[in-house]
Ligand binder design. Sequence first.
Ligand SMILES: Nc1ncnc2c1ncn2[C@@H]1O[C@H](COP(=O)(O)OP(=O)(O)OP(=O)(O)O)[C@@H](O)[C@H]1O
Length: 583
Amino acid sequence: MNHLGLLRPVRKHLILAAVLQAAAVLLALLPLLALIAFTSAWLTGDPAPGLGVVLAAVAGTLGSLAAAAAATLLTHRADADLTLRLQTRLAQTIRHLPVPVVTGHGAGRIKKVVHDDTGALHHLVAHTLLDATALAVTPLAGLIALALIDWRLALVSVLPLAAGIGWYVQAMRGSGTNFVEYATQQRRINTAIVDYVRGLPVAKVYGGPGSVQTRFQAAVTGFHDFFRVWSSGTAAVTTASWLVVTPALTVALLTLTGAAGLHLGWVTSTGLVAGVLLGPAISAPVAAAGPRLQAIRTGLSALASIGDFLGQPSLARGDGVPARDGAIRFDHVSYRYDDDRAALEDLTIDLPATGLIAIVGESGSGKSTLAALLAGFIDPTDGRILLGGMDLREVSEAALYERIGFVFQDTGLRQASIRDTLTGGRPTPEEDIVRAATAAAIHDDILALPHGYDTVVGDDTDLSGGQRQRLCLARALLRRPDVLVLDEATSAVDPATRVTLMDTLTSETAHRAVLLITHQLRTVTQAGQILVLDRGHLAGHGTHLELLDDCPAYRALWDAEPPKPPDNAEPPRSTITAERKDA
Ligand SMILES: Nc1ncnc2c1ncn2[C@@H]1O[C@H](COP(=O)(O)OP(=O)(O)OP(=O)(O)O)[C@@H](O)[C@H]1O
């Protein structure tokens, strides 16, 4: 893909800005040419140029300022427009990418593309384009002006220029792979820093070889080592290329050559003055070209990175609204995170529209993958999921999340008031909010918070893991979905509260299907249907008693379940208590 196409919406602005900038540079030469005319007249004793030359110099100065200001205004407008367009498209793309692509390592890449790459593009569009135009037009115009006055001195002024460009090209030879490596190393650091920040508590406790901390340090050190080797290999030639085009050297060269030429009679005094005044204009911009070329490369590579990101395959989403019977069918559904092994393989099952449905299986058997497929976080690699007879990929997001509610183990709550968290900002009757919170056994906890339902989580206070899970359950209940999916959603809740929540969920099954993904088989023995997953395959489905008879995988899970303590069992005493009693 030609990523320059991303600039198309602002192309006209950019072309006009470059033309204005070139005009600004040319107009800025007028006062210099007037100065040459006056100095030359003074040296030769000729009559001074007329008022027209003075007015042209003043008009040139003012015109140059106006053109440069207009060019800067245009590029900044174009930049603001482009950034808004690209960041909006990026946000839409992120929203429609498979969730595993944007979580974990993906977060570092997103930070780079949304922040770093759009920042680099800002420099390219708002600043570097104008700088590069000025750097290209100024030496060329200066050289032409000098050549018109004295072509021999113009040739002399080209010598340091040619040497500088030659050395720079030599320094940059073979640097293509280094620039690619530079971008790779930057990406590595971005990913490592996101992992490091996320895993800070773990890094503190389990730091050491292979930890996120050492991976971050390795990424930073790796970049440092790479950059040191690259820069030390090119430093001498690059510095020489800059030094040779310094204005002082060019002026000295032109002054000496011009003075000798004047003495020998092949340079006029006007030529000498023009050489001394125009020399810096010819060479100085070239000295600044290196960093600008680097900025252009960085900007173009940022453009390519943004283009690649936008071009990723996204989740298929239609705008359909499925029939309201809530029934879900998995039709030969498979899912692969990568090519190695299917997380789910050829799963075909009809789920009833009401009742408690448990999904059990060993760790890694595919339970969360099944929930992620239902949530539309990923699309099946093969097969289809039907909701009310409609392929989930054709269902609009709004309809999907109205019909199916989700509570995940990782609550992912953001900073918001309890009320907004529950309602999503929609106007909702107070009694509905309280009813849902009470059913999720979180109402009393909320009332005990500093501002009750208006407490901002993450600001006024924070919640425990179990409170967060109950809050998410209340949020899901409030929506009254046709299907409620809970993926280990009560894992952080204490056993007594979990019993209360199971009662709530059981009462909910009269109107809807509740899909409970759990490792605790004892909590779901009464489920109307239990699906048993085993390494991505459906090993069996039925009631608890049917599966105990027919499904060896279920039997094995059940046998591994810790025995339920008898109802009259004494709570375990700690050794310390026993020792104290003995003492
Ligand atoms: N983002 C991911 N990228 C690659 N592989 C993944 C990803 N998520 C899960 N897997 C793999 O897919 C398979 C099924 O994982 P899944 O999380 O669905 O299992 P699970 O039954 O929910 O496990 P658990 O009970 O431990 O939560 C596993 O082999 C897992 O390693």
